[in-house]
Design a protein around this ligand. Structure first.
Ligand SMILES: CC(=O)SCCNC(=O)CCNC(=O)[C@H](O)C(C)(C)COP(=O)(O)OP(=O)(O)OC[C@H]1O[C@@H](n2cnc3c(N)ncnc32)[C@H](O)[C@@H]1OP(=O)(O)O
Ligand SMILES: O=C([O-])CC(=O)C(=O)O
Length: 382
């Protein structure tokens, strides 16, 4: 038994996985052998989830059947929608509302009694969860606006249907494709904190609802998925101030603030997903003529590069550019992290099932640093 302490489990190998490969030195991301650039440009979210869950890219027939099965599970029980409304009325934050609603979904799971070791049943539950998250999120956002939920449209893709349920209007092709690409980019990323959370929960053979609920909780934090919201709040803060973006960043760094959307435990160069999203933002900004967020993000990145942050391995991560893309789709800022969860659910489920195929309870240890021989004194004598 080694006594070497690895804070934050940095660099510790805890499992083998065929799902995604992150090369932090060169900035490369691969899902089951396929480069993220190829998948982002060529594959739909449904195709990518099929790849993650079933091990190979689907044929056209397999994809159509898979997408139809997923679409058929989108409806959410009225009780869950009532809870979503109650959470919106109480002013709950979207990630917390999603965490609560996903946990509640298990009460309406037709295979709720399935043996957790039945991994086919787990994948079917995972399909229901993945299909229903967009419905919950769109209903929550509409409830906050005083609007009734929009029923899912099974003829629309996972991405297009979410935008449709959010706004009540079918999205144009560019918006649907852009959103689909964002979902593909966020679907999986090795043993990141939220995936590891889901796996730890899965390793107890708890059911997959618990794993996904835990994953949502872990993703919500500002050091992880929550950073995409923080990035947009920074851009808005810059916009509302009388400073230019570079001055704002200088002041923020003088105050010892971290710049959200920069830095990564694994990537020591720019995240390949950030490159793809930046390119998408450039296209969208050029076609709309509104380049404000692009100008701000580019100025911040250039300034931090000049300051040598990239040389220290602190580069833009996926969260740096995603918010500006979502803003162009008219998505509210506090829905950015829930959208990340909507996509990452596919990855969490894939990892839980893969891990459970050869399960071993995850139970590390801590070096005990407290006292060992304290004398107990009854409460009234203390
Ligand atoms: C989808 C995702 O989860 S991607 C990550 C999203 N999170 C963010 O964007 C939040 C901002 N970034 C961060 O807080 C960090 O970079 C993390 C948490 C993502 C990774 O951090 P770690 O691997 O634990 O690195 P750590 O916190 O030790 O930082 C290493 C050094 O880089 C610096 N650093 C890291 N990130 C940043 C940042 N965003 N801005 C300024 N400095 C930073 C730290 O201050 C530290 O410097 P020091 O050694 O001089 O003290
Ligand atoms: O891998 C990580 O630590 C964080 C990340 O980029 C992700 O989960 O997409």
């Amino acid at each position: 038994m080694s006594d070497e302490l690895k804070r934050g489990l940095e660099g510790v190998l805890v499992a083998e996985s065929d799902l995604s490969y992150v090369d932090g030195e060169v900035g490369r991301l691969v899902y089951r052998g396929y480069d993220i650039e190829d998948l982002a440009r060529g594959a739909s979210y449904e195709e990518v989830v099929y790849l993650l869950w079933h091990g190979s890219l689907p044929t056209r027939e397999e994809l159509d059947a898979f997408a139809a099965d997923l679409a058929a599970e989108r409806a959410v029980d009225d009780d869950v929608l009532d809870t979503v409304q109650a959470l919106a009325d109480a002013g709950e934050r979207p990630m917390a509302a999603l965490r609560t609603a996903v946990s509640m979904l298990s009460a309406y799971e037709p295979e709720g009694d399935a043996d957790p070791a039945d991994l086919d049943a787990t994948l079917r539950k995972g399909r229901r969860i993945t299909a229903k998250i967009p419905t919950i999120l769109a209903a929550f956002e509409r409830a906050r606006q005083g609007e009734d939920p929009v029923a899912p449209d099974p003829d629309l893709s996972h991405a297009a249907n979410f935008l449709y349920m959010l706004t009540g209007t079918e999205p144009d092709e560019v918006s649907a494709e852009t959103f689909d690409m964002a979902l593909t980019l966020h679907a999986d990323h090795g043993f990141n904190a939220s995936t590891f959370t889901a796996i730890v929960i899965g390793s107890t053979m708890a059911d997959v609802y618990s794993g996904v609920t835990g994953g949502i909780g872990a993703l919500s934090g500002p050091l992880h998925g929550g950073a995409n919201q923080d990035v947009m709040e920074v851009l808005q803060e810059v916009d509302a101030s009388d400073k230019d973006p570079v001055q704002w960043v200088k002041d923020a760094r003088d105050e010892g603030r971290r710049i959200p959307g920069f830095g990564h435990r694994v990537y020591k160069v720019k995240d390949p997903r950030a490159n793809i999203l930046e390119e998408k933002l450039r296209d969208l900004s050029e076609s709309s003529g509104d380049t404000k967020w692009l100008d701000y993000t580019t100025a911040i990145e250039e300034y931090l590069t000049e300051q040598g942050l990239l040389d220290k391995g602190i580069a833009p991560n996926v969260d740096f550019y995603s918010g500006s893309v979502y803003d162009s789709l008219g998505i509210p800022v506090d829905m950015y992290t829930p959208i990340f969860a909507m996509s990452r659910a596919g990855g969490w489920i894939a990892h839980v099932v893969e891990y459970q195929e050869d399960n071993r309870l995850i139970r590390p240890r801590a070096r005990y640093t407290g006292p060992k021989d304290s004398e107990f004194v009854p409460v009234d004598e203390r």
